[in-house]
Design a protein around this ligand. Structure first.
Ligand SMILES: [Ca+2]
Length: 332
């Protein structure tokens, strides 16, 4: 076993030396991922045939029991292992509150709220975001260049997404993913089906990637890493961009490659326009944003819609676009 460890270390060192990905990171993130490679089976010895039973918060939840049964039948997880895992899952009240905002009564306004865009923009188009974006780009120059060429994505948009999502890795979230997704799947209604599927993907992801399921942390909604991927996106689109044998979205290099891959798979076209200001509303490809001093109108292109695949909001996509341009201007 020792020999395997050394080989792995050697391979890791070689991969880092070749790619130059991990050198001089712009920000240091606490590692919210396991540093061992134990698989899920290590915790579920095969001789354990007698069910240990479900205890804890979800001891009497029929929905959790049914979910465990599904994972056993469909994906051949050990029942006693999942019982033990879900016995440690916690119901998080703040997650329930965030998923259920107070209802918005009244008719939908014909125009966006005055000032809504201005306030949103002020959160992301800041000196700190621009300067840290330039630093992130410099510190990950090789990876960003390689990702841009490999996937055909303009580099400034890779940087800007990571800036808007997690302030370049500083805010990757502190909620245990297992707790977040268990709470959302079994203690909320609105998107319970979606989150149940994400929980299923999460357990599969931990098994495939060798994560200990109680360890990864992220957003209250279960998004992970610098690019805030949900588990289904992680399984489909994350890439091992530093070639160390693991897809690790808390790693800057893997995150850069994975965000670019996400964009490519959603149809990004390099060197094509994203949006430009226009005067007034002129049909399908115009959006209206509520600024403090009146509405702004923008003509948007297919790349704008690709950004919205990441987060389906005009304000979000416009913030990514404007941050990308600001970072690029200062980087050059
Ligand atoms: Ca990797």
């Amino acid at each position: 076993m020792k020999n395997t460890g050394y080989k792995r270390l050697f391979k890791l060192a070689l991969a880092l030396a070749l790619t130059g990905c991990a050198g001089n990171p712009a920000v240091k993130t606490d590692a919210p991922y396991p540093n061992n490679t134990a698989t899920i089976h290590d915790h579920a010895p095969e001789y354990q045939t007698q069910s240990l039973g479900l205890t804890g918060t979800y001891a009497n939840s029929l929905a959790v029991q049914n979910f465990i049964r599904h994972m056993v039948l469909e994906h051949h997880f050990s029942e006693s292992y999942l019982n033990s895992l879900f016995s440690k899952a916690k119901r998080l009240d703040y997650v329930i509150r965030l998923e259920n905002p107070p209802p918005d009564f009244g008719p939908k306004p014909a125009h966006p709220k005055s000032g809504g865009w201005t306030r949103y923009r002020q959160q992301f188009i800041t000196e700190a975001h621009i300067n840290n974006g330039v630093a992130f780009w410099s510190n990950n120059a090789d990876a960003i260049q390689k990702a841009s060429v490999t996937y055909g994505v303009d580099p400034e948009y890779i940087v800007a997404i990571i800036g808007v999502e997690t302030f370049f890795g500083r805010n990757v979230g502190k909620t245990r993913i297992l707790d977040a997704l268990t709470t959302l799947a079994f203690d909320t209604q609105r998107r319970a089906k979606f989150f149940t599927t994400e929980l299923e993907n999460y357990l599969l992801m931990t098994r495939e990637e060798g994560y200990e399921p109680l360890q990864p942390v992220g957003s209250w909604a279960g998004a992970m890493g610098l690019g805030q991927f949900m588990p289904s996106s992680f399984r489909r689109l994350a890439v091992d961009f530093n070639n160390d044998g693991h897809r690790n979205l808390w790693d800057q290099c893997d995150a850069v490659g994975s965000v670019a891959h996400y964009f490519a798979r959603n149809g990004w076209q390099r060197n094509m326009p994203v949006a430009e200001p226009t005067r007034g509303y002129s049909g399908e490809s115009t959006i209206e944003l509520g600024a403090t001093n009146g509405s702004e109108y923008w003509r948007v292109h297919p790349n704008f819609k690709v950004i919205k695949k990441y987060n389906n909001s005009d304000k979000y996509a416009m913030a990514v676009h404007q941050l990308a341009l600001a970072i690029k201007q200062r980087h050059l």
